[in-house]
Design a protein around this ligand. Structure first.
Ligand code: ZN
Length: 450
């Protein structure tokens, strides 16, 4: 059957910049049969587009799909277990869990659940770490492809200071990554590869140098962690005394480029900030994780004033939630905390508009995909969400607080995955599991009977 175009009527909200939203109340979003935004306006286009299907979502809010620029698929099963500081937490939870991904069945079920859950939370694009296992990474790509999410995925690389059950030989780590790049990078226009050195502690200089070269040659992404925790920084500096700073290690080994996404970046010095700016590397701000693991609070306003390019990442399971709505409110609240504790009352905290920008267009920019996704604009691919902020309020549509900004604010502060009613990627409604159908159970994770 030939696909037809579609028209959606709703309150439409999209970010133009960190300071500006574009609002149509109500607006008409016109999607071409190919899944491209053909038009967006306040004018009803139905007379001109008689063969397009019409969907009246009056009372609902349509916004771009969320973009999560930092998370770990293999860690989702233990999200929310008590927070400890980073290095202890890695040893207690992350590494033993990652070991299980040697088992293909576990890798498959975890990947299937993870992408379903991202979509259910309104995330249409994700930047994701797997484990050091090549097969588990391949399986994750297969599941991402099945789910139709946009995903940039990477096999974790670790060739030193790692548990014996995860450590790799340098040459093998590079070979596996290259094979995965050839198989998956730029597949279907929605799957991409990210070279994924975990962080400097677990990577030799040779590994990082070779990753830098491959990133240039193959034009793929690089994702890693930077300056998250004080103890991590101290150990890193001891391991690499020849470099001026943590960031300098990545800079000198060639890891920093415009396609590099650096998670956390909490404790940077001004010289390190300059290196990030100079190389046009990007920052994935992970406020939930930064507090949960007591790593610190990233100085958002300082970085914003310095024009550093930032986006948001849930960092599951350093973060406890896959919801970008949660990440937006945590980002705003964290920015208030840093101001309160510095005693600098004249610094403005992050605004609703800024948080929404970071979760949508800011994310797209950090992934160099802003010409395709991130906002509701003519010519972009139609990744969008139908949300129901009115359902949050017991007064429903009788609430006096219903202007577009108030609805967006309520969505961010009071919303969870139940307000995400429908998810569209490239104009196609993505089926997510029905209300009473549970996620697949992994026998490995089920509770032991006593
Ligand atoms: Zn992380």
């Amino acid at each position: 059957m030939k696909k037809s175009g579609a028209i959606y009527k709703a309150l439409l909200i999209s970010a133009k910049s960190p300071k500006k939203l574009k609002i149509y109340n109500p607006g008409f979003l016109v999607i071409s049969p190919e899944g491209i935004i053909e038009n967006i306006s306040k004018k009803d286009p139905r007379k001109k587009l008689k063969n397009y299907s019409f969907h009246d979502y009056s009372g609902f809010l349509i916004c771009p799909g969320f973009i999560d620029t930092h998370n770990h698929l293999s860690q989702y099963s233990f999200a929310g277990l008590e927070g400890q500081e980073l290095l202890t937490w890695l040893k207690t939870y992350a590494f033993p869990e990652e070991k299980k991904f040697k088992d293909q069945k576990i890798a498959q079920i975890a990947a299937q659940n993870f992408f379903q859950e991202l979509i259910r939370n309104g995330t249409t694009t994700t930047l994701t770490y797997i484990t050091t296992h090549k097969i588990a990474t391949d399986i994750a790509f297969q599941q991402a492809q099945k789910s139709k999410i946009r995903a940039i995925i990477g096999k974790v690389m670790m060739d030193q200071n790692s548990p014996r059950f995860l450590i790799e030989k340098t040459a093998q780590s590079l070979k596996d990554s290259l094979e995965l790049i050839d198989k998956w990078h730029n597949k279907d226009g929605r799957l991409f590869y990210a070279l994924t050195p975990r962080f400097a502690i677990t990577c030799s200089r040779k590994l990082m140098q070779d990753i830098g070269k491959i990133a240039q040659e193959k034009n793929v992404y690089v994702q890693t962690h930077l300056s998250e925790n004080h103890q991590e920084i101290q150990i890193t500096q001891k391991l690499f005394p020849q470099y001026k700073s943590y960031t300098d290690i990545y800079y000198q080994t060639g890891l920093l480029c415009p396609r590099t996404i650096l998670a956390h970046c909490i404790h940077l010095t001004s010289t390190e900030i300059q290196l990030i700016k100079k190389t046009q590397s990007k920052i994935a701000h992970c406020p939930t994780s930064n507090r949960f693991l007591m790593s610190g609070i990233m100085p958002f306003r300082k970085y914003q004033n310095l024009n550093l390019q930032m986006s948001l990442g849930t960092d599951v399971a350093g973060g406890y939630s896959l919801s970008m709505l949660n990440e937006m409110r945590e980002a705003i609240e964290n920015s208030k905390t840093v101001i309160l504790f510095q005693g600098k009352k004249n610094i403005p905290p992050m605004t609703i508009t800024e948080a929404f920008y970071l979760a949508t267009l800011g994310g797209a920019k950090n992934l160099s995909l802003q010409s395709q996704i991130g906002s509701l604009e003519k010519g972009k691919q139609a990744d969008f969400l139908i949300t129901d902020p009115i359902s949050i309020d017991p007064m429903r549509d009788k609430s006096p607080y219903q202007n577009p900004i108030q609805l967006l604010s309520k969505l961010i502060y009071r919303g969870n995955n139940s307000v995400i009613k429908e998810v569209y990627i490239k104009g196609e409604k993505i089926m997510i599991y029905k209300k009473h159908q549970s996620l697949l159970r992994n026998p490995h994770f089920s509770a032991k009977s006593s």
